[in-house]
Design a protein around this ligand. Structure first.
Ligand code: C2O
Ligand code: CU
Ligand code: CU
Length: 469
């Protein structure tokens, strides 16, 4: 049976990539893990090299020019524990400058991999930081050089970071986990990555919308299959490594149990029909093995209109299949009980606020300006708490990201956030505003805040916050 013949209420409207007949196997491959060559407990020391090998980026396709960390796309996962001291010996073997940004991590400014600390071709840099307690969660790393982030990420530079706590309430129940790194790309007929002519209309649309691809990949694979046993509960850590695409994720035929976002687990699980995952954000969900043996459910990306009408893609309202979840044929296992409480998330204190700021995002601009690496846009005092109101004054969504610090959302358009979570990227939908609170407990220096549509970031939709002692 071909995939297009899948039964189900939404099958007709869903774009399912042609990958041949359904295979009954678990085909989802996860990236390898960065090998720790330190023998000291609590110290993680790894080697990471960015280079430009020829790789098979499209399953079954030809070898094409790519950029890769340690030779794979996605790059290997940095898998660490709270409290670990981490040293990453990074080697830039690319033909151009780069940085490695540890998206979402709370670390010293010189380890942040911001555009202020470029690594020239042929050079080596040691990223050294400690993993703070309470930061367990799913993160990712990617290049952040001045004006070249879209290009380098598109060429294949991105990888996941998993931070584990001493005791994880889900792992403690034996719930197995999967890592799903979502990306999208465009390819020429010869299999090479397609970049538009800089003077073309396509290039203009990319600049406006952010680059989107028609090929949706999970861990670099097209429509992989995950097997699940009847009764089994799986935890999926999902990273949106796309340059611009916002995913509206749903499992056709089953609600998701949303258990976490950017900065790790929530206080309590929430059953939801779908989750919105802005680019650079992460979600953690639990899925269940329900249904008859051999049946399959599709993980879908439902239509989400983040666009201005002028450049909205014609097929924006189609649903796209990302992977299939297949219920195995063996005997059912007894479902684990999903813990009703996951962990406490203390509310940041909003009664002693040193500054309240308004940050205005317009198309390509942050507070009416383009980023200037020699300018400081906001000066703040270390040890203080601030409330920022991020206003999006244009007709397109812009996901706002602050480096180095986890924030809590207070309200969106004045509506209090219904639950607490740690975030580092907050999507600000068209013509709306979001208020966030942040506590600058540590790490003086310069920190970027920007729209995480990578084309917008490259164009300078970014500002610099300087924390002073
Ligand atoms: Cu993923 Cu400046 O960030
Ligand atoms: Cu970041
Ligand atoms: Cu933007």
């Amino acid at each position: 049976m071909g995939l297009s013949a899948l039964p189900g209420p939404t099958a007709a409207a869903v774009i399912v990539p042609a990958t041949g007949p359904i295979v009954a196997l678990d085909t989802l491959r996860e990236p390898g893990t960065l090998r720790n060559f330190s023998s000291v407990t609590g110290v993680v020391e790894v080697e990471l090299t960015a280079a430009s090998p020829r790789l098979r980026l499209l399953p079954g396709g030809p070898l094409v020019q790519a950029f890769a960390y340690n030779g794979t796309v996605p790059g290997p996962t940095l898998d660490v524990h709270e409290g670990d001291s981490v040293v990453i010996h990074f080697h830039n073997q690319l033909p151009e400058s780069t940085t490695v940004h540890w998206h979402g991590l709370h670390l010293p400014a010189d380890a942040d991999g911001s555009p202020l600390v470029p690594i020239a071709p042929g050079r080596t840099y040691d990223y050294t930081f400690r993993i703070p307690p309470g930061s367990a969660g799913t993160y990712w790393y990617h290049p952040h050089p001045d004006r070249r982030s879209t290009f380098q990420v598109t060429m294949g530079l991105f990888g996941a970071i998993i931070i584990r706590p001493a005791r994880d309430p889900l792992a403690a129940r034996g719930i197995p986990e999967k890592l799903l790194i979502l990306s999208d790309n465009r390819f020429k007929s010869d299999g090479a990555i397609a970049f538009p002519d800089p003077r073309s209309f396509e290039a203009e649309v990319d600049l406006e919308n952010g680059r989107e691809g028609n090929v949706l990949l999970v861990n670099g694979q097209v429509m992989p299959t995950i097997q699940i046993r009847r009764g089994e509960v799986q935890r999926w850590r999902i990273v949106n490594a796309s340059a611009a695409r916002i995913y509206r994720l749903a499992l056709a035929g089953q609600p998701l149990v949303h258990v976490g976002s950017d900065g790790g687990l929530f206080e309590r699980p929430m059953e939801v029909p779908e989750v919105l995952l802005a680019n650079s954000g992460r979600v953690e969900v639990l899925v269940r093995g329900t249904g008859t043996p051999g049946s399959q459910l599709l993980l879908e990306d439902l239509p989400y209109d983040r666009y201005m009408p002028q450049t909205r893609p014609a097929d924006w309202d189609s649903t796209r299949a990302l992977l299939q979840l297949r219920v195995g044929g063996g005997p059912a296992i007894r479902p684990v009980e999903i813990p009703p409480v996951l962990r406490p998330i203390p509310a940041l204190d909003t009664t002693h606020v040193a500054a309240r700021r308004v940050i205005v995002m317009s198309q390509g601009l942050m507070d009416g300006k383009r980023m200037d690496t020699h300018r400081v846009d906001i000066r703040a005092q270390l040890g203080t708490t601030e409330i920022w109101e991020i206003q999006n004054v244009v007709g397109m969504d812009h996901p706002f990201h602050l480096h180095g610090f986890h924030v809590q959302v207070l309200d969106r358009d004045g509506v209090p956030e219904p639950y607490r979570s740690w975030k580092d990227t907050v999507n600000v939908p068209k013509h709306s505003s979001v208020r966030i609170v942040v506590h600058f407990d540590d790490f003086p220096g310069k920190w970027m805040y920007h729209c995480h549509i990578l084309d917008h970031e490259d164009e300078g939709m970014m500002g610099i916050l300087e924390l002073i002692n």
